[in-house]
Design a protein around this ligand. Structure first.
Ligand SMILES: Nc1ncnc2c1ncn2[C@@H]1O[C@H](COP(=O)(O)OP(=O)(O)OP(=O)(O)O)[C@@H](O)[C@H]1O
Ligand SMILES: [Mg+2]
Length: 311
């Protein structure tokens, strides 16, 4: 069952917008952000597709299986996405596996993009053949980032004295390759959004240093830095129910959460703000932005000089 339409949303005639959650750093919050964004979009009435490329953990796929179970056992009227995973390919030659996986993912993407408004792809915390393809197909890439230089290292190494970017890391290189591939094949520009995760309520010296470092390198690497979500138990405790803070009515019905809970309201506001900051083409503002990106890529194709990071 696909999502019900509850809010007024812009109906897309183009293929679905492809949003990829990626970061080679394991445990940074890819699946957590992915499933919260997915439920927020479902509850807006959009048709959402989910592709879980983390073949080992399948966090997103399991979350939505729990959701279906909860809806059925508790007779709840929940919106559900179309969820797909790819079965592991077994062949003698590695090149055959790579080729078959590639074809299977392209077929699936084509099908889902015709079937949904937004497709969210969750990737594992390591570079894989499938994850690299997903990055090269993304319209929006979301990279969660904790306030830690350990996480920062996945983007690049910064000079401890003057804070400038010294080397770009493997993941930033992967994104650059994906951008090139996308531009070559589609002539469009990827929107790379680095999202702060587990933000603390109290600003610390470390947080300010990480924030400062991210702002400095954002122009060089070509990403937008947006405020994400705080560290909150509610972002993880609802997982076995397949629910998130965005499923308020279901949570009240199950008596899991009080209507007046300030922390629940604050969490909902965070997710709402994050979805707005992604500027997806699901409302007028997002559409205008997508058109502006399209115009930029046309000007680039016409031979205008462009910043190095978009090359
Ligand atoms: N903002 C948050 N508040 C509370 N817990 C969080 C938050 N973000 C992530 N977590 C928890 O941190 C752990 C790792 O998060 P998650 O599984 O989303 O990361 P991931 O990047 O998908 O990991 P992997 O690379 O292994 O797939 C999980 O236990 C999750 O519930
Ligand atoms: Mg994950």
């Amino acid at each position: 069952m696909l999502g019900r339409r509850s809010e007024k949303v812009v109906r897309r005639e183009d293929p679905a917008h492809l949003l990829v959650c990626g970061n080679e750093k394991g445990g940074s919050g890819k699946s957590t952000l992915g499933l919260h964004i997915a439920t927020a979009l479902l509850n807006k009435g959009l048709r959402v597709g989910v592709i879980d490329l983390d073949i080992r953990q399948q966090t997103m796929a399991r979350f939505f299986a729990y959701r279906a179970q909860t809806a059925s056992i508790k007779s709840l009227d929940l919106a559900h996405p179309r969820v797909e995973t790819l079965a592991p390919v077994r062949r003698d030659r590695v090149s055959d596996v790579t080729h078959e996986e590639r074809c299977a993912l392209f077929r699936l993407l084509l099908d889902m993009r015709n079937d949904c408004d937004v497709v969210i792809v969750d990737t594992p915390g390591a570079s894989t053949n499938l994850s690299d393809i997903a990055h090269s197909q993304a319209d929006t890439l979301i990279t969660p980032m904790n306030d830690s230089f350990v996480d920062f290292d996945v983007l690049g190494r910064i000079d401890p004295v003057d804070g400038t970017l010294k080397n770009t890391s493997q993941y930033a290189h992967t994104v650059r390759q994906a951008r090139r591939e996308r531009r070559r094949l589609k002539g469009t520009v990827l929107d790379w959004v680095v999202v702060r995760n587990r933000q603390s309520a109290f600003s610390s010296r470390n947080e300010r240093k990480v924030d400062d470092g991210l702002r400095r390198v954002s122009m060089q690497l070509g990403f937008r830095l947006v405020d994400g979500i705080a560290e909150r138990v509610v972002y993880r405790e609802l997982f076995p129910l397949g629910l998130t803070v965005m499923d308020a009515e279901a949570l009240y019905a199950l008596d899991v959460c009080q209507r007046s809970s300030p922390s629940h309201k604050a969490a909902c506001r965070e997710i709402d703000r994050l979805v707005r900051m992604l500027r997806l083409p699901i409302d007028d503002e997002g559409r205008q932005r997508a058109q502006a990106r399209q115009r930029l890529s046309q000007r680039m194709a016409a031979g205008l000089r462009m910043p190095e990071f978009l090359a």
